[in-house]
Design a protein around this ligand. Structure first.
Ligand code: ZN
Ligand code: ZN
Ligand code: FE
Length: 749
C-alpha cells in the first residue's frame, strides 16, 4: 500500500481547509490525518486514489483558501483505519490569519429563510465567510482569542462547530440569535426591529452611525440631497467623495459596472470599487466634480438587512473626526460621533482591530487603499530572497502602512492614515506592537524613509536595531518590482516614478523621476525641472502656489499677476527667490496642482489631498476628438536625453490654449499626454542605452487611471511592471523599503 506526506502552503488556515481535506478523504476512501503547523497544512494520506486526492486539494479548495504550492513525498504507511483532523501543534504553530470576508451565499440563503434558526440574524457566518482579522486578539486562531469569546456557544451552535461535515466546523465566530451578538438602536424607540427602525430613520433624512466590521460608518440616504449636505456640513467635509453601498441592482442603475467591476465587487474582500457614473444620477454632493463613484456591496449580514430595508443606496463614509482614525468602540462612538449623528445602529461584538474599507479599481486594476478584506494577506518574496531575515519597514508619513518580512513572505499591513495626526500616530504605534505580537515577529533589521522628520523614521531609529534608510522613490520602484516577483538578481529596470514628494539624497525634494536601478541601488536618469514649493507644506494644499512658481519659470509672470491678483504675490515670490521655506522639488503631483491652478481648477485651496489632480483627471477623461491630440502634439518635449525635463513649454501651451478658448477637457488631456511623452522619452533613452526592456510604473500619480492607461499603451513594446495588488501610492512604500533592506542584508553576508 502507498502513503504520502503532503504539504500545502498558502492561505490555508482559518479557511476551513482541514474539514475540506477530511471530506475529500471520506469521499475518496483515503485514511490518515490532517493538521495545521507553522508552514501551513500537513497531510498524511494512505490508501484510496492518492493522485485524484492530491489534485482535488487544489481544484476544489475552499472559497477563501489560496494554495501557493503542494509538495508531496512518499511516506511509510501507518495502517491507519480512519482519517482524522489532528489537534493543532503548539502555540505559534498556526501562523496565518485570513482577511475578513463578505458574508457568503449559503449564509444569506439561511437568513432569508423564515424557517431557519438564523432567519434575519445579523451575525451569520461560516467557514467560508465572516469576520477574521477584525476579531482576532491572538494566535492560534481559536474562539477564546477572539472578541467572540464573550459569547458562549449554545448547544446547537456547538454541535455545528464540532461536526467536520458541517459548513460551520471550527468557524470561530459561529453564532445564532440564542447565543450570539445582538443589534440595537440608539436612541431607542420606534419599530420593534432595530434594523427596520434604522432604515425608517435614514429614509427620513437622519444621519446614523452604523457599527460595522472594522469600524463605524456614517450613513445617510444617498438619494437625499439634503441629507448628504447635512452630513457634509456636520463632518466639515466639503468635497471629498463619499463611498456608497448598494446591491448590484442599485449599482447598475447609477454606475457602469463591467464584468471585471462586478467580479471585484463580489470578491470576498468586498472592496469599494471606483465605477464610472451611469444613467441615473445621485445628488452631486455625493462626489462633487468626480467622474467616478466609489461603490461597495453590503458585506456583513447587518449591511444586507439594512440596505434591503432601505431599498436604496446609502452613503457609507468612515466614522471619524477629520484626519483621525475611524472609531471602533461603542463608547468612543457616542463620545466622538455624537455631534455628527442623529442616532446609532449598535451591536455588542467588539472590534479588535480597526480596518477601513479597501478602495480599488478593476480596470486598470489597482489598489488605492489596502485594508479590510486584503490584510493580512501575504505576498511571497521574489526568487533570491529566500534567506531574508525578519524585517519591519515603517513606510512614509502619508498613507502609513507597516510591512513585515518573515519566512519568505511579505505582509503589507493595513492603511493607517496620515501620521501628522497624533491619534493616527498612536494607532501606528499600536499596529506596530499588534503585528509584532500577532505574527510572533522579531526583526533583525528596521527599514524606513530617508526623511529624518517623518514620525515613522524617528520611530524606526528609536527601536535600537540596525536601520536601513531608503530613498522614497527607490522604495516605490522596489515595491513594484517585489509585487511583480522580479528576482533579486533580475537586473536593472527603468522606473517611471510620478509621485507627491519624497526626500532625495541630494537634499532636494523629488517626485517626478526616471530612475534606473533594482533592489540593490539606483541612479537618477531624468527628472522634472525643479520648482520651489513655496511655503513648504502649504504648497501641497494651495495649487496657486505651484501655478505661480511654474508660470514665473515659464516667463509668464505677467499672466500670473493678473490671474492671482488677490494673492500675496510679492511676499510669495520673495520667499521663492530667497528659498525661505521654499524647497526645490521635481514633484509630479505638484505639477498636476500647478496645471490645475493655471486652468482655474480649485486654485485657492484643496479640501483634500489630490483634489485638484483628480479634477484634472476627470476633465481629461471627458475629452474626446482629435483636437486634444493636436493640442498635445503641438507641445515640444524638451529633452530625450538624461537630465531635467522642463515643463515650461507645456505651461505656455496651457495658458495660450486657455486664452484661445480651448476647452478645459482638451487642455487637461493635452497635459496628461505631454507628461507621458516627456517622461517616457527619458525612460526609453535610459533603456536603450543600457539594453533594458523592462519599465516600472509607480508613485501616487499612478492612481490616475488615465495616466496609467496612456503610459501602458504608449509603452506596449516594453515589459511594463505596474501595481495591481499593492498601492502605487505611499501605502506601498513599506514593502519597497523592506525588500531593499533585505537585499542590502543578503548582499552584505
Ligand atoms: Zn457563510
Ligand atoms: Zn447559538
Ligand atoms: Fe510617495
Amino acid at each position: 500500500m502507498q502513503a504520502r506526506r503532503i504539504r500545502v502552503r498558502g492561505q490555508v488556515q482559518g479557511v476551513g481547509f482541514r474539514p475540506f481535506v477530511w471530506q475529500l478523504a471520506q469521499r475518496m476512501g483515503v485514511r490518515g490525518h490532517v493538521l495545521n503547523d507553522a508552514q501551513g497544512v500537513l497531510i498524511h494520506a494512505e490508501g484510496g486514489e492518492l493522485d485524484t486526492f492530491e489534485a482535488a486539494l487544489v481544484a476544489e479548495a475552499p472559497a477563501l483558501a489560496r494554495v501557493d504550492n503542494v509538495d508531496s513525498s512518499p511516506a511509510e504507511p501507518w495502517g491507519a483505519e480512519t482519517f482524522d483532523i489532528a489537534a493543532s501543534g503548539a502555540a505559534g504553530a498556526e501562523t496565518r490569519v485570513t482577511p475578513d470576508a463578505a458574508v457568503c451565499a449559503d449564509c444569506l440563503r439561511e437568513m432569508a429563510d423564515p424557517g431557519d434558526r438564523r432567519h434575519r440574524y445579523a451575525f451569520s457566518n461560516c467557514t467560508n465567510c465572516g469576520p477574521r482579522f477584525t476579531i482576532i486578539q491572538g494566535l492560534p486562531y481559536d474562539r477564546d482569542r477572539t472578541t467572540m469569546a464573550a459569547f458562549p456557544m449554545c448547544a446547537a451552535c456547538a454541535a455545528e462547530y464540532g461536526d467536520p461535515a458541517n459548513r460551520r466546523f471550527h468557524a470561530q465566530p459561529v453564532a445564532c440569535p440564542d447565543c450570539g451578538p445582538r443589534v440595537w438602536i440608539e436612541p431607542d424607540g420606534g419599530l420593534p426591529d432595530p434594523v427596520e427602525e434604522a432604515a425608517a430613520r435614514l429614509l427620513r433624512g437622519e444621519v446614523l452611525a452604523i457599527k460595522g466590521l472594522g469600524g463605524f460608518h456614517l450613513a445617510v440616504d444617498a438619494s437625499n440631497e439634503t441629507a448628504v449636505q447635512t452630513l457634509r456640513a456636520r463632518k466639515r467635509r466639503p468635497a471629498k467623495p463619499f463611498a456608497l453601498m448598494g446591491t448590484l441592482e442599485m449599482i447598475r442603475r447609477y454606475a457602469i459596472a463591467t464584468e471585471a467591476d462586478v467580479a471585484l465587487l463580489t470578491d470576498p474582500a468586498a472592496p469599494i470599487v471606483l465605477l464610472a457614473r451611469g444613467a441615473a444620477a445621485l445628488p452631486e454632493g455625493v462626489a462633487p466634480g468626480q467622474g467616478t463613484l466609489g461603490w461597495m456591496l453590503p458585506y456583513t449580514p447587518l449591511h444586507h438587512l439594512l440596505v434591503a430595508a432601505c431599498d436604496r443606496p446609502l452613503v457609507m463614509t468612515s466614522g471619524n473626526l477629520s484626519g483621525e482614525p475611524q472609531v471602533i468602540g461603542n463608547a468612543e462612538a457616542r463620545d466622538k460621533l455624537g455631534g455628527f449623528v442623529d442616532g446609532y445602529l449598535m451591536h455588542d461584538r467588539d472590534i479588535a482591530r480597526r480596518l477601513d474599507d479597501s478602495v480599488e479599481r478593476a480596470d486598470p486594476p489597482m489598489v488605492l487603499r489596502r485594508a479590510r478584506g486584503r490584510v493580512p494577506g501575504t505576498l511571497p518574496l521574489p526568487p533570491g530572497f529566500e534567506d531574508a531575515p525578519q524585517i519591519v519597514a515603517y513606510g512614509g508619513q502619508m498613507k502609513a502602512a507597516i510591512c513585515l518580512v518573515k519566512n519568505g513572505q511579505a505582509l503589507l499591513g493595513h492603511h493607517l492614515g496620515e501620521l501628522d495626526d497624533p491619534l493616527t500616530y498612536e494607532a501606528f504605534l499600536q499596529a506596530d506592537a499588534d503585528y509584532a505580537d500577532l505574527f510572533d515577529h522579531d526583526p533583525a533589521l528596521v527599514a524606513c524613509d530617508l526623511h529624518p522628520d517623518y514620525r515613522a523614521t524617528r520611530h524606526a531609529h528609536a527601536r535600537g536595531l540596525p536601520v536601513v534608510e531608503v530613498q522614497h522613490h527607490h522604495a516605490h520602484l522596489a515595491s513594484c518590482l517585489a509585487e511583480n516577483g522580479w528576482p533579486l538578481e533580475g537586473g536593472k529596470v527603468a522606473g517611471i516614478i510620478l509621485d507627491g514628494t519624497g526626500l532625495g539624497p541630494d537634499g532636494t525634494v523629488w517626485g517626478g523621476e526616471v530612475l534606473l536601478g533594482d533592489y540593490h541601488g539606483f541612479e537618477r536618469h531624468g527628472w522634472l525641472t525643479p520648482a520651489p514649493l513655496i511655503g513648504g507644506d502649504m504648497a501641497a494644499r494651495e495649487p496657486w502656489r505651484n501655478a505661480l512658481a511654474r508660470l514665473d519659470q515659464a516667463g509668464l509672470g505677467d499672466w500670473a499677476d493678473e490671474v492671482f491678483a488677490d494673492k500675496p504675490l510679492q511676499m510669495t515670490r520673495q520667499a521663492a527667490g530667497s528659498g525661505l521655506n521654499s524647497p526645490m522639488s521635481s514633484s509630479a503631483g505638484r505639477l498636476f496642482d500647478a496645471v490645475a491652478g493655471c486652468l482655474g481648477i480649485c486654485p485657492d485651496v484643496q479640501s483634500f489631498e489630490g483634489e485638484a489632480a483628480m479634477r484634472l483627471e476627470t476633465l481629461a477623461s471627458a475629452s474626446t476628438g482629435l483636437r486634444r491630440y493636436n493640442l498635445a502634439l503641438g507641445i515640444p518635449v524638451s529633452s530625450m536625453s538624461a537630465g531635467p525635463i522642463d515643463p515650461s513649454p507645456m505651461i505656455r501651451a496651457m495658458v495660450s490654449g486657455w486664452q484661445a478658448g480651448e476647452t478645459l477637457e482638451d487642455l487637461a488631456f493635452a497635459f496628461h499626454l505631454w507628461l507621458v511623452r516627456a517622461i517616457e522619452g527619458a525612460a526609453m533613452t535610459a533603456m536603450a542605452k543600457n539594453g533594458i526592456d523592462t519599465v516600472v510604473l509607480s508613485g501616487g500619480c499612478f492612481q490616475n487611471a488615465l495616466l496609467a492607461e496612456l503610459f501602458q499603451s504608449s509603452l506596449k513594446d516594453y515589459t511594463v511592471l505596474a501595481h495591481r495588488t499593492t498601492p502605487a501610492n505611499d501605502g506601498g512604500l513599506a514593502l519597497g523599503q523592506a525588500v531593499i533592506a533585505a537585499a542590502r542584508h543578503l548582499a552584505g553576508r
